[in-house]
Design a protein around this ligand. Structure first.
Ligand code: GTP
Ligand code: SPV
Ligand code: MN
Length: 587
């Protein structure tokens, strides 16, 4: 008797017609074998094995360097169940359209069967996925990003309790590229791309889009959030989860070396991109990191901004679309630490000269095991997860949003998340720097109608005994000349400390129409030279800007019609009223 997995593998092989099928066990020997093959056919370029053993460079097709949201679909039977913020096709139409692209797509190639666990191997909250792919780069990446191989097969046994994901590079033609999700049958199809979020199906496709759908059915949450622990001088660790849109600072916050280390505040990493959160029997919210590695943005990473990742990247890491020094074969990117003394080869493999544009692609990335970071928390694989005391929302906004504010309560906090906006980045194709609404940083990743998603957040809150406090941050506010007002990175710990002090009721806040900002003196700025005017500007809530913001969010919410919870409408109205009253007072 064949198992459900064997039957699906057979069916996929009949469709894609590979010359060979390889079941991956996740071993080092298998990984070494794949690396050799990739070095031979140019998929991998060798980096300096003396200084960086086990490190390779991969150059993806120049038309395939970021997530492609325009061809990413949620295929539910009813269009309304995908909602106004997702692309939609009916499951039938989607399969008819895309099946021909898989037909014979693996001819002459090897099909890899990649079983993986999302979450710690022994956690009751972990889930099994299996990706079928014809990309060895995807296999090597999945081995870093998840618990891949035999452990997953052992956990699965003969059961059908896994999320199948079929992936083929196809011909890499953007016109024949599709990333399809079938949340009702928990199935993923991806063709025509080898890029991270499109091709590593355990990441955004399963751990967020399919998992968010499952989470609503089953009463938990799958969120685009980092998880960190803030240690205080007494050694107590308080855990926080933060949702920022793509390329807006999650990895850097989760891995930071604290500027307040000398006074006893340290940050421990539990996760850098995705959190699965459950309500424990004591009514607390507990989170696990479904991933096992980091797929991080390279540009801007250096010894000052993220020393932990620099250490992590000394061995066994994959670099994608970075530049390389021509003689010493070291990876290089903008913001690493000035220009090298030797020639550079850019991300496309050309000799780079100033004036040719960035040498590394702005969305170039590294892939590395989480446990290679010195900041990794001793509790990052706790099967029951760690308890979350604060949820942080944030975005990249040159103006409007202050450095930090606290929501009034859970319902108001959900509203704060639902009204998030951020300037777009190179993590997805399309224009960069355009402000777009991105509730909970989930606009590209929610597998169902976001009106229902807001309701799910409200319901989760009502089931929590001691709900986490909800905050909003913005590291990216600028002055009139366009200069960033806040130093960011390791200095962000000052804001985390204020949150901890709020949780422990030690810090004062000043009420504003949008929420509570730090009262004068309550933000620890010891040892940081920041002009008084900058601080005032960072914390300023401008009634004019916020009145425009209320209009923009109102317009955005209209899209959801009667799927928008009344509570969100109530909060929207209350904010408008508070703003109006405050501008009357200040006049
Ligand atoms: P995804 O992996 O796409 O989800 O991104 P992310 O949210 O993990 O963002 P990441 O930490 O990789 O940061 C993205 C970019 O923002 C990098 O170029 C960082 O150098 C920069 N960045 C991160 N934190 C800060 C900060 O506090 N201040 C400033 N100015 N830039 C930051
Ligand atoms: C993001 O874009 O949010 C990422 C990178 O974390 S990807 O895996 O491509 O989604
Ligand atoms: Mn992300």
């Amino acid at each position: 008797m064949s198992t459900p997995l064997e039957r699906w593998v057979d069916e996929s092989a009949r469709l894609t017609k590979p010359s060979k099928i390889v079941w991956c066990d996740g071993s080092k020997a298998e990984n070494d074998r794949l690396a050799d093959e990739m070095l031979r056919d140019g998929t991998y370029i060798e980096l300096n094995q003396k200084t960086r053993p086990g490190c390779y460079l991969h150059r993806s097709n120049p038309n395939d360097v970021a997530r492609t949201e325009g061809i990413t679909y949620i295929c539910t039977r009813q269009k309304d169940d995908a909602g106004p913020t997702n692309n939609w096709m009916s499951p039938l139409e989607a399969k008819e359209k895309v099946r021909p692209l898989f037909d014979g797509a693996m001819k002459g190639r090897t099909m890899y069967v990649v079983p993986y666990i999302l979450g710690p191997v022994n956690s009751p909250f972990s889930k099994v996925g299996v990706e079928i792919t014809d990309s060895p780069y995807v296999v090597a990446s999945m081995r870093i990003m998840s618990r891949m191989g035999q452990a997953a097969l052992d956990r699965l046994g003969g059961s059908d309790d896994f999320v199948p994901g079929l992936h083929s590079l196809g011909d890499l033609n953007p016109d024949r590229r599709f990333v399809l999700h079938f949340p009702e049958e928990k199935l993923i199809w991806s063709v025509g791309s080898g890029y991270g979020g499109n091709a590593l199906l355990g990441k955004k496709c399963f751990a967020l889009r399919i998992a968010s759908y499952m989470a609503r059915e089953q009463g938990w949450m799958a969120e685009h959030m980092l998880i960190l622990g803030l240690e205080d001088p007494s050694g107590k660790v308080t855990y926080m989860a933060a949702a920022f849109p793509s390329a807006c600072g999650k990895t850097n916050l989760a891995m930071m070396v604290s500027a307040l280390e000398n006074s006893g505040y340290r940050v421990w990493t539990v996760g850098d991109d995705i959190a699965w959160m459950h309500i424990a029997s004591d009514g607390s919210l507990r989170a696990i990191n479904p991933e096992a590695g980091f797929f991080g943005v390279a540009p801007g990473t250096n010894a000052k901004t993220n020393p932990n990742v620099r250490t992590a990247l000394q061995h066994d890491a994959i670099f994608t679309n970075v530049a390389m020094t021509a003689t010493s074969r070291e990876p290089w990117w903008e913001g690493i630490n000035g220009l090298p003394q030797e020639e550079l080869i850019n991300w496309k493999g050309e000799a780079w000269k100033p004036g040719m544009g960035p040498a590394a692609h702005p969305n170039s990335r590294y892939t590395v095991s989480a446990n290679q970071s010195p900041s990794i928390s001793a509790h990052w694989e706790d099967p029951e997860g760690i308890p979350i005391s604060a949820i942080i929302f944030g975005g990249r906004r040159a103006r409007v949003a202050p450095l930090v504010y606290q929501s009034r309560d859970w319902q108001h906090g959900v509203f704060v998340g639902a009204t998030m906006a951020s300037e777009t980045t190179a993590a997805a194709t399309g224009a960069v720097g355009v402000t777009r609404r991105d509730p909970m940083a989930m606009i590209p990743f929610c597998g169902y109608n976001m009106g229902d998603y807001f309701r799910h957040w409200l319901e989760m809150g009502s089931r929590l005994e001691n709900a986490p406090k909800i905050f909003h941050v913005n590291w990216f506010r600028r002055d009139r000349s366009g200069k960033l007002l806040w130093p960011g990175y390791g200095e962000n710990v000052r804001v985390l400390k204020w949150m901890l002090d709020r949780i422990e009721e030690r810090a004062d806040a000043t009420e504003t129409p949008i929420g509570d900002v730090p009262a004068p003196g309550s933000l620890d700025l010891d040892g940081l030279a920041i002009p008084r005017e900058s601080l005032d500007e960072l914390l300023r809530v401008d009634p004019g800007d916020w009145t425009e913001e209320v209009a923009a969010t109102g317009k955005f919410f209209e899209k959801f019609g009667n799927r928008l919870p009344d509570e969100i409408r109530t909060e929207h109205k209350a904010l408008a009223d508070r703003l109006q009253r405050s501008s009357v007072v200040t006049k």
